[in-house]
Write a new protein. Sequence first.
Length: 238
Amino acid sequence: MSISLKRIQAIFVKDYKEFSRNYAISISLTVPIILALLFRSTGPAFNGAFAFSLVLNPSFVLLTSLVQACLIAEEKERNTLRSLMMTPATTMDVLIGKSTLVFVMSAVVFAIATFIYGYEPASIWAFVVTIIFSIILYIAAGTICGLFSKTLLDASLSILPVAFIFAGAPWGAFLEDDYPIFKVLDFIPSSQLVHLLSITNTGYTTGDLLKPLLIILSWTVVLTIVSVVLYQRRLKDE
């Protein structure tokens, strides 16, 4: 399947103009920064890896997934998604083009939030790769939500399951001793992110880094494939 950089750039510019005019969605950019400032000010009593995960995990939902879902849903609300599908742009042109803006915004804002919070990862490369995988994962989740939404309001509500399952999964660790069934939540990407953030600068092995990375990568690949398949089905159904 061919990929055209010009078509991707055209979709990126189009989405940027629409995003910059939608102040209700643009406010999502402030979520990671506000959370970073909030948890940084709590002091050492409530600080560290888990607290930083409370900055990242909700932000992946409220920024990355929400904005992506809204961009897709907005196309459907204006009846322009069908037109976009019928252009010479391929499936990958459209999906990459509509994901690039969200990816760039998320990466920049998360970098700022990490700096504000003052988090220092045990392995910078593992942390960066994990954030990249997670952004792609939540973009795919947002795309799926957007494809099942008809309006911006629907898109805003459709990410609630993503927020409940992904952002809420790490809290299941507090219930594992009493309810062993909650151990399954340990395999959710957000829980694996907590594990990776908890790795200290001393005494860790490559295996400690690879396990959460591979689990998050697996989720990323699966959700990306699902989003592509659903988009192609929408192309046939519309």
